[in-house]
Write a protein that binds this ligand. Structure first.
Ligand SMILES: C[S@@+](CC[C@H](N)C(=O)[O-])C[C@H]1O[C@@H](n2cnc3c(N)ncnc32)[C@H](O)[C@@H]1O
Length: 190
């Protein structure tokens, strides 16, 4: 097996088993959690935002924002408005602490909302670290709601037959491989 695929496939296996375990063991209130928490290493976050070519005036959305690291970095490095959507109260608490520590409360907001219900139309940059089937769930909303020219970056998982403009591999500080995908939203895609 190509070594670039080994890490994403291993992560996918761990995430899928965890997702199954979550579904089997958690109370109904937690059932909306369709992706387990696995944080994106900071150097990979930095590259995701570079790939998206974040610039002044952009609005960055992160679906399933975890501890808020992507939205906090977007605000801190690029001075843009950034909104994270997260279902887990523990992660939301951590995000609030991280936002405060980084001094970006005027730019960053975390909404406790199911990612499947998010209106993506205000976003010009969308970041995701979800699962392949969840990416496919979100894809029609991207095409319907995001404006042409908006950028979408996914960590480790693609979008089925929607071919990326760029795909690149990056190693984190512990030498784990990560794959990043970039798409540009085009007019009239269905
Ligand atoms: C793989 S983690 C990614 C975290 C962050 N985006 C990052 O890259 O570090 C996925 C996140 O999605 C959240 N999540 C799972 N299901 C969700 C749902 N239905 N709505 C909102 N967030 C959800 C999880 O709690 C978790 O924090």
């Amino acid at each position: 097996m190509n070594r670039f695929w080994r890490t994403p496939l291993l992560i996918l296996a761990v995430m899928s088993v965890s997702a199954l375990a979550l579904n089997l063991t958690l109370a109904p209130a937690q059932e909306a959690k369709i992706v387990p928490y696995v944080p994106t290493p900071q150097e990979v976050v930095d590259r995701m935002l570079e790939l998206a070519q974040v610039k002044k005036g952009d609005v960055v959305y992160d679906l399933g924002s975890g501890d808020g690291r992507i939205v906090v970095t977007a605000a801190k490095k690029y001075g843009v408005k950034a909104i994270g959507f997260e279902i887990d109260p523990e992660r939301i608490k951590e995000s609030a602490e991280n936002i405060k520590k980084a001094g970006v409360a005027h730019l960053v907001e975390i909404r406790q909302q199911d990612i499947r219900t998010v209106d993506l139309s205000p976003a010009s940059v969308l970041t995701m670290y979800l699962l392949p089937e969840v990416n496919l769930m979100i894809r029609p909303n991207i095409w319907k709601q995001m404006k042409p020219g908006s950028r979408v970056v996914s960590h480790d998982f693609d979008m089925g037959d929607w071919k990326p403009l760029k795909k690149e591999n990056i190693k984190d500080g512990s030498s784990w491989d990560h794959t990043l995908y970039l798409w540009h939203v085009e007019a009239g895609k269905k």
